[in-house]
Design a binder for this molecule. Structure first.
Ligand SMILES: [Zn+2]
Ligand SMILES: [Zn+2]
Length: 257
């Protein structure tokens, strides 16, 4: 089995330093979990803490693991100019577009999850996927992160199945050529499911939408977490390959050597 982890936050939510010692701990865990490639991926608000020279040195010290550097950008409608200027400021290997906010509400943050109790879940699913459609349409990103994050606390829509809400965006994704991330972090959240769900992955496979892999690690111990489970599921569905990136050029790699 070939494993890569393209969703690794070194500075977390700004509480940690991007330094040699911390980076080396991530690489060590990548080695222990048999990753051939690790993708460092900060949230856009911390991008200036990334030390590209240090990454170069760490790569020289660890030639057995490819180190890539991407950015997880929050998609906010109307902010394309700001996003574009960050994108053109550094030599990114890949860009992940994610939605963590609906009208300024950080729905995936544990402090604000009670908001779900006074909202209509179907309408939230509509609003969320509408933002994902705009993220794809922006043309700024190589990958869509944790596609069905709206399920994080285990809330299900009533009027339609959750996967039916994702259908229109999958068609957009197919047309745009964007890759979808298979993200294991949902297994560590109350929903206890990979992002996206098996039903959505099956729809993706039928549409021939390419995938990549990420753990959404916010500390070294989470690097590579549950990625084997993701690959097992992908293979069960029919997937035989995934995508990795270097300087925004993609390459297809087999799930099994
Ligand atoms: Zn995220
Ligand atoms: Zn993340």
């Amino acid at each position: 089995m070939v494993l890569i982890d393209y969703h690794v936050h070194v500075v977390g939510h700004g509480e940690y330093k991007f330094n040699r010692q911390r980076l080396q701990a991530y690489i060590q865990q990548a080695r222990e979990t048999n990753l051939s490639e690790i993708g460092l991926l900060e949230h856009d608000e911390y991008w200036q803490q990334i030390d590209f020279d240090l990454i170069k040195h760490i790569q020289q010290d660890n030639p057995d693991i490819n180190i890539r550097c991407g950015l997880e950008m929050d998609y906010f409608p109307g902010q394309e100019k700001t996003m574009h200027s960050i994108i053109s400021s550094a030599p990114w290997d890949y860009l992940i577009g994610s939605v963590h906010f609906i009208d300024g509400w950080g729905f995936d943050h544990p402090d604000y999850k009670d908001e779900f109790e006074c909202s209509e879940i179907d309408s939230l699913y509509d609003q969320y996927y509408n933002l994902i459609v705009q993220t794809v349409d922006s043309g700024l990103f190589d990958i869509i992160g944790h596609l069905d994050l709206i399920k994080i606390w285990g809330h299900n829509p009533i009027k339609k199945a959750a996967c039916a809400y994702a259908e229109p965006v999958l068609k957009k994704i197919k047309a745009s050529g964007v890759v979808v991330e298979i993200n294991s972090a949902g297994l560590r959240k109350p929903v206890k499911e990979i992002y996206p769900s098996q039903e959505i992955m099956e729809q993706m496979f039928r549409l021939n939408i390419p995938v990549t892999l990420g753990s959404d690690a916010h500390n070294p111990e989470q690097v590579g977490d549950e990625l084997e489970k993701c690959v097992e599921l992908l293979k069960k569905i029919g997937y035989r390959s995934m995508i990795c990136f270097e300087r925004r050029k993609h390459r297809v790699i087999p799930l099994d050597l």
